[in-house]
Design a protein around this ligand. Structure first.
Ligand SMILES: Nc1ncnc2c1ncn2[C@@H]1O[C@H](COP(=O)(O)OP(=O)(O)OP(=O)(O)O)[C@@H](O)[C@H]1O
Ligand SMILES: [Mg+2]
Length: 1045
């Protein structure tokens, strides 16, 4: 029987015994193994053979296993503690409960996992910094320290590795939730990777000393995926920009071609490799302008155990362990949903959202559905294909924050983890005779070489109907793939043939280089130095610049300390260290942007231990002076990235330390901290690339953007300085575009083609992009009483300024659309009477008057009740007084309590949208000026407008930022006023109902509209009972602006 026939027989059995195993790859890798190993079947009849295979096959068939899922909740961080954040997580056994902070009385959501780790409180820090359970704390007994997490998750992975199984452990969760803490760990609190390595080498030593003749080989690799590019963190392989190619191997599945794997001989080796990889991540994140928390890190550890079996044949057991620290999961859902023209920025999240799709599809598959799993759609999922659906034992750690502020993200992580636990994988032991492996590799290489020489490279695989060009392209691709496979096989062959001693020698040579690093660590302890601060705490303090005696120049090129990034000059600053140990910093030119503890450096200043320094807009460092620290009696707090950024924002006038500890303010501050550094960066890139665009931060109350409830949002105003067009971008659109701007800048810095055509340029918003002109709120209470309303309402813009008026009507009608008139007498005394009946009404928007001159192509949009889509009016082209003559009938059959509540308390938010016109007068002003000059002119202009607020306490404050504070105050006032109006009317209704009044005079309503405090409303309401005119029913009815009760 040929191998082919055997394969076929197996495949039939596979079909019969498992629906999940229909992929031929799986047939090849493990189904054949037991059959081959026993070498049976040579002379058997097919029927007999099948029976035997069946017996063998079923008894050795591995069981599919569920992905193990653990959830871990971290302690509150400093910021959360400071604002007394509420804990929304509780855990009992392996179950996690999540409480909704805005509805604390609601039943908590319950999620059952394999493990739920409480690491929030109940611990003490030992002298060496290790966090361990505190027996005196009520939660001490349930506290999970690093050792506990390792015992449950890491040790299992290790015992799998001994047996020859592949394993994968991946950590999922929002930024700052504790993924790296669990996977890598911080200082003495070592995570799973170091503990795993430590124990693995201990195990090797123990086995060796107990006389085990097995040869152990451990290989280590580390790669990063950022924006769909896989980069080797340990070698200079591959094109830095394009990264490593991800290729498919018929047996191994997907792999990163050219990824360097290093042989490691002890825990120390691995530790220094991790440090090297982390340093490379820090450098990339700082200098390449990338955002590290948007990168995925995959640590790969391969354990090869070579031993002789009973027949004297050498076999190799290979286990690949992947430990994956995923990028922060926030905004996975929101990117792509932002509606932005430039969605490519979403590539940042492509891997993560694709992982979500794969998990979703795999979960469906395991519940019996026949779903396609989109592994191929991203780099991450290709590399993790085995981990998710193939030959691997897989563990997921979902890291969550305990704080109320992160409710939405935590809920999404818990749901994600819930889905992951349904996935099943099927791991097999990877054990083969080395001789056979070598033979197979050689055979394959022969085949590849022949094919390449003869030029027959499987063109028959090409799709029918391919054009000649396509065939040519296909050839090139196939050829490249075959060459890569050949190279990979050769590499593997070489590794297999090399003796253990040779490999050890190589590894030791490598070690010598690493000794240098230890020297730098020593220097750091003695000499003053700058240490980087990164958004990701794991990458903070990794880049060090020692300050030598004399002058230390800082800049882009030919300087002692080289920094890259927008706004950094060739010669940016000088740090001088004199013989007396005094160290000072000075800018090289008046526009060298340097912030010292948040304040601009305008002349030479002396540095002190723990000072924060920002160069340009992205290079943030802390200055450390170990000598000074030792002598001083002061206790220095640990300087973090967040603290330094907050300081910069505070100094610019945005107070983040207010006493307002509310959830809303905390969320607002979180958004601001995310957006503000980005604004500075975007502006400096715009300046350097002469993009003629300026960004400003805006705060918007939910009402201003057409929402009836919600929280204050951070928006970014993008202003084209040339034509003065303005566009408002939601935060996510801005952040997405910022990635594209960074990429553009990166290309510019590295001397590559950088400018993009208009349609792909992140700095350009098309002139035809619609913008929101303003909103009108049409309260619906009259309709609840079946009364028509005809009103002329103010249109207000973002800032609450009146920008025009709108004529609207809301008229109850019959099912056929006939408007009710007074004679129909359909008024009702109590809106509850509507429940169960049918309600029809017509919404009319006649038109707007007096809109600002800069708009054209104007239209209105609105939603009623639970509408999921906007109703839109016609577009009126070239007038600032557009007549829409819009009307639409809405029907509710039957009316529910929810609808009555909506009518009573809610409103229709009509939004006015339009396109902008370029004024003829603006372009000449910009002519001949570059972006930098335009920024200066703009600043001056703004300063003149805000002359009083411009200098605060002798400091120069960025007027744009200053204006946000004004805006925020204004907005809060306006919100308060609106709320007060609503309260006034509620009171009015209750007073009127109590007194059994059916009508209220117009002037009382008018006065109430302008009463902005309860005190001001009181005397007006009092008039209601004293005024005898209200009884004049007919007189009041004749007015259109009254509310009938
Ligand atoms: N279980 C824990 N115990 C103590 N501190 C923790 C724990 N988990 C996280 N932290 C702390 O919280 C901070 C953020 O954690 P970490 O860096 O692990 O987050 P992350 O999820 O990897 O974020 P990112 O997506 O930005 O990489 C760190 O300062 C870390 O020390
Ligand atoms: Mg991390």
């Amino acid at each position: 029987m040929t191998e082919e026939e055997l394969k076929l027989a197996c495949a039939r059995l596979v079909d019969k015994y498992s629906d999940d195993l229909s992929e031929s790859l799986q047939v090849e890798t493990w189904h054949l193994k037991p059959i081959h190993a026993s070498n049976f079947g040579k002379d058997m009849a097919p029927y007999q053979l099948l029976k035997t295979i069946k017996r063998k096959f079923v008894s050795t068939m591995p069981e599919a296993e569920n992905v193990k899922v653990a959830v871990r909740v971290r302690p509150f961080n400093a910021r959360e503690k400071q604002r007394d954040a509420t804990n929304i997580i509780s855990m009992e056994g392996s179950t996690t409960f999540l409480f909704n902070p805005v509805a604390p009385k609601e039943e908590p959501k319950k999620f059952a996992y394999d493990f739920s780790y409480w690491s929030n409180d109940g611990y003490i820090e030992q002298d060496n910094g290790y966090c361990t359970a505190d027996p005196s704390h009520p939660n001490g007994s349930k506290f999970a320290d690093q050792a506990k997490v390792y015992e449950d998750l890491g040790r299992g992975v290790l015992s799998n590795a001994w047996e020859g199984y592949n394993s994968t452990l991946f950590a999922y969760g929002q930024t700052g939730s504790g993924k790296s803490y669990s996977v890598i760990g911080y200082g003495p609190n070592k995570g799973i990777v170091p503990l795993f390595c430590e124990e693995m080498f201990q195990g090797i030593e123990e086995k060796k000393s107990s006389g085990d003749a097995t040869e152990f080989e451990v290989r280590f690799s580390m790669l990063e995926i950022y924006s769909e590019v896989a980069r080797d963190l340990l070698g200079n392989t591959g094109n830095k920009k394009k990264g490593l190619k991800v290729r498919e191997h018929p047996k191994k599945g997907f792999y990163a071609d050219g990824l360097k794997t290093y042989m490691v001989t002890g825990y120390k080796d691995i530790q220094s490799k991790i440090e090297e990889g982390t340093l490379n991540r820090s450098i990339a994140s700082t200098n390449m302008n990338a955002t590290s928390s948007r990168a995925h890190t995959i640590v790969g550890i391969t354990l090869i155990q070579k031993a002789k079996n009973a027949t004297g044949q050498e076999t190799a057991k290979t286990s690949v362990v992947n430990l994956v620290d995923l990028a922060g999961s926030e905004r996975v859902a929101s990117t792509g949903a932002t509606g932005d023209r430039l969605k490519e920025g979403a590539a940042i999240n492509q891997s993560l959202s694709c992982l979500g799709n794969c998990i979703h599809a795999l979960a469906e598959k395991s519940s019996g559905k026949n779903t396609r799993v989109p592994y191929r759609d991203s780099v991450l999922t290709r590399l993790l294909m085995n981990a998710l659906g193939g030959n691997s034992k897989t563990v997921m750690v979902a890291a969550i924050s305990p704080a109320d502020i992160n409710y939405e993200e935590t809920l999404s992580t818990l749901r994600y983890a819930d889905r992951a636990k349904q996935i099943k994988t099927l791991a097999t032991i990877n054990e083969d005779p080395t001789e056979k492996m070598i033979r197979e590799l050689r055979e394959e290489n022969e085949k590849l070489k022949k094919a390449l020489q003869s030029g027959e490279i499987g063109i028959s695989d090409g799709k029918p109907g391919m054009s000649e060009d396509e065939i040519a392209l296909y050839w090139i691709k196939r050829e490249e793939e075959m060459k890569a496979r050949l190279a990979e096989n050769n590499r593997e062959l070489m590794q297999m043939k090399q003796s253990y001693e040779e490999k050890m020698k190589q590894a030791q040579q490598q070690q010598k280089v690493d000794d240098n690093k230890a020297k730098i660590e020593e220097e750091k302890k003695k000499h003053p130095h700058l240490a980087n601060l990164n958004f990701d705490p794991l990458l903070s303090g990794k880049i060090t610049h020692i300050i030598k005696l004399g002058k230390n120049t800082i800049g882009k090129s030919d300087t002692d300390i080289t920094l890259f990034g927008p706004s950094i000059h060739d010669m940016h600053a000088v740090i001088t260290r004199d013989n007396d140990g005094v160290i000072s910093i000075e800018g090289c030119s008046s526009d060298s942007r340097i912030l010292l503890n948040g304040d601009p450096v305008t002349s030479e200043v002396v540095l002190s231990h723990c000072d924060r320094l920002m160069f340009g807009t992205t290079q943030l460092y802390v200055y450390n002076n170990p000598e000074q620290a030792k002598k001083s009696k002061e206790t220095y707090p640990e300087v973090t990235y967040e603290m330094a950024q907050e300081e910069i924002a505070n100094k610019a006038g945005i107070n983040m330390d207010s006493d307002d500890h509310s959830l809303e303010t905390a969320l607002l501050n979180k958004d601001l901290l995310e957006v503000l550094p980005g604004i500075d960066e975007a502006n400096s890139i715009s300046e350097e690339l002469d993009k003629r665009v300026k960004f400003e931060v805006m705060l918007i109350s939910p009402q201003m953007i057409g929402k009836l409830s919600g929280r204050t949002e951070v928006l970014v105003k993008m202003r084209n300085l040339e034509n003065e067009l303005e566009f408002e971008w939601p935060k996510d659109v801005f952040l997405n575009r910022l990635y594209l701007m960074k990429e553009m800048y990166q290309n510019y810095e590295s001397g590559e083609e950088w400018d993009l055509p208009e349609e792909r340029d992140p700095f350009i918003e098309h002139i035809n992009t619609e913008v929101r002109i303003g909103n009108v709120q049409v309260f619906l209470q009259p309709l609840a009483y079946m009364v028509e309303q005809k009103e002329q309402l103010e249109i207000t813009d973002f800032k609450g300024t009146e920008v025009g008026i709108m004529n609207v009507e809301v008229v109850p009608c019959t099912e056929t659309g006939k408007e009710y008139c007074e004679n129909d007498d359909v008024f009702i005394d109590n809106p509850a009477e509507l429940i169960g009946k049918n309600l029809h009404f017509i919404m009319k928007i006649h038109g707007c008057r007096g809109l600002p001159n800069k708009y054209r192509d104007i239209r209105c949009k609105y939603r009623v009740f639970l509408d999921e889509e906007d109703t839109v009016s016609e577009i009126v082209t070239s007038t600032i007084n557009p007549d829409f003559n819009h009307q639409k009938t809405f029907s509710f059959k039957p009316v529910t309590q929810q609808l009555v509540d909506y009518l009573n308390n809610g409103a229709i938010m009509v939004q006015v949208w339009g396109k902008q016109k370029i004024r003829n007068s603006v372009i000449p002003k910009a002519e001949g000026k570059n972006t930098k000059q335009m920024f200066q002119a703009d600043l001056l202009n703004h300063a003149n407008n805000l002359a009083n607020g411009f200098r605060m306490n002798g400091r120069t404050v960025d007027p744009n930022k200053q204006s946000i504070i004004v805006e925020l105050l204004l907005m809060k006032k306006q919100q308060g006023r609106q709320q007060q109006r609503l309260e006034n009317f509620k009171k009015l209704i209750s007073v009127a109902e109590k007194q059994n009044q059916r009508s209220v005079p117009v002037y009382i309503i008018k006065d109430l509209m302008s009463a902005s405090t309860p005190e001001a409303a009181e005397p007006i309401l009092a008039q209601l009972s004293s005024d005898d005119e209200y009884g004049d029913y007919n007189r009041v009815r004749s007015s259109s602006a009254c509310i009938l009760l």
